[in-house]
Structure formats: C-alpha cells, structure tokens
Design a protein around this ligand. Structure first.
Ligand code: AMP
Length: 211
C-alpha cells in the first residue's frame, strides 16, 4: 500500500494578471473565506528584512520592475508555505491554496509542478494599461509601494508581465483557465472567481465534508 497522502500536491487556484489588475485584492478576500488560504509572493518578499542579502536582492530587482531570479524565489516560497503548513495556518487536506504573484514565468510554473496541482487559473484581464497604471499610482501612495511610484518602473512591470508572465496562460491552457474582466467592480470579479471554483470536483468533494 502506498503511504502517499491523498493530496500530495497542494490543490491550488492561481490568480494571474498584470500589475494593478486586482490579484492582491481578490486573493485577500478569498483568503478570508474558510477553506481558502491566500499566499502572495510579493508580500513574502516585502516581509523580508532589507538588510539581509535576500532582502537586498528583492529591492534591487523590484525597484527596476524586474523579477527576482527563479531559484531564490521558489526556495523562499517553498520555505514560507512549509512554515504555514507546520503552523496549521494552511491545511492542505481541507484548504485550497490561492496563489497570487507566483508562478511568474513558465520556468517557475515547471519547478512548482511537483508542489502544486493547479485546478484553475483565474486570469484577471484588463487590456486598458492606462487604467492599470492609474490604480498602481493610487496604490503607491496608499501602501507605500516604491515599485509603483515611478512611471518607468510601472512600464517595465507591464513589459515584464507581457514577456514573462502571460506565456503561463499557454502553459496551463485548456479549461483550467477562466478569463475574467478585471475592469468590473471587485465584487463582480469575486463572483466570477467563485463561479469558477464551484464547478470544480474538488469543491464538490469539500462541500460534502462536514468540517
Ligand atoms: P507583486 O507584489 O506581486 O507585484 O511583486 C512585487 C515584486 O516582487 C515584483 O515586481 C518582483 O520584483 C518581485 N516578485 C514577486 N513575486 C515574484 C515571483 N514569483 N518571481 C520573481 N519575482 C517576484
């Protein structure tokens, strides 16, 4: 008999979209609902002490609007998620993992394959870059995000998204992808995301369990 746990890979919902598309907002709301655990890679980076070598690396890349190298990113992510499991914050047997900001390119998607089972990819789509830039400038002031304050960094973040992150949609392709209009009010975006969750077999299974 195999002793592999039933959910050896975390059952995962990805939120994917350009900077300013509302990934963090949706992730936070979803994460406040029982059975959904939200993990934002950018938040993990921002929680680092900037005096440490890794913290310095984050500042170096993010202040240019570029991605931190894959090996460090995935190692940091893995250590963080492991800690959450050990602390019973994230319970993989009964919770969905809601990832925002990772994977950020196809290589990361490949590396993460052994840790996560991607059930849905919610693509928050907003072709209007002017609107996204407006949201980022607003956030820069509110949340003290230095990488959103500078116009050329904002443009670089969009370019990085187009070149490196968007190809993830082809990597996962098929009916796992749910395209959502990110210019809708946040409540409607959430409604669309939940609609995509509730058609999952894994969700129906969970519904039957009285937890
Ligand atoms: P975010 O808060 O998701 O917009 O991330 C802010 C910055 O953190 C990004 O511009 C990157 O420099 C870095 N970052 C966050 N997630 C990743 C990731 N998965 N891979 C590489 N860099 C990342």
């Amino acid at each position: 008999m195999s002793d592999t746990p039933k959910h050896a890979r975390f059952r995962t919902l990805l939120i994917l979209g350009a900077p300013g598309s509302g990934k963090g907002t949706q992730g936070k709301v979803l994460g406040s609902i029982p059975r959904f655990h939200h993990l934002a890679c950018g938040d993990v980076f921002r929680s680092l002490d900037t005096r440490t070598p890794l913290g310095q690396k984050f500042v170096e890349y993010s202040s240019r609007g570029e991605l931190v190298p894959d090996d460090v990113t995935v190692a940091l992510w893995h250590a963080n998620v492991k800690h959450r499991v050990e602390a019973y914050l994230f319970k993989p047997e009964i919770d969905f993992l809601v990832l925002d900001g990772i994977p950020r390119n196809v290589e990361q998607a490949r590396i993460l394959e052994k840790h996560i089972e991607v059930l849905r990819v919610f693509h928050l789509s907003c072709p209007d870059r002017t609107e996204l830039a407006r949201r980022l400038r607003k956030r820069a002031l509110k949340d003290n995000r230095f990488d959103d304050a500078n116009e050329s960094v904002i443009q670089q973040r969009f370019a990085t998204y187009e070149a490196e992150t968007k190809p993830i949609l082809d990597y996962y392709s098929g009916d796992r992808i749910v395209n959502i209009d990110a210019s809708q009010p946040p409540a409607k975006v959430l409604y669309d995301i939940l609609g995509g969750v509730m058609t999952l077999d894994a969700w129906k299974e969970l519904e039957k369990m009285k937890i």
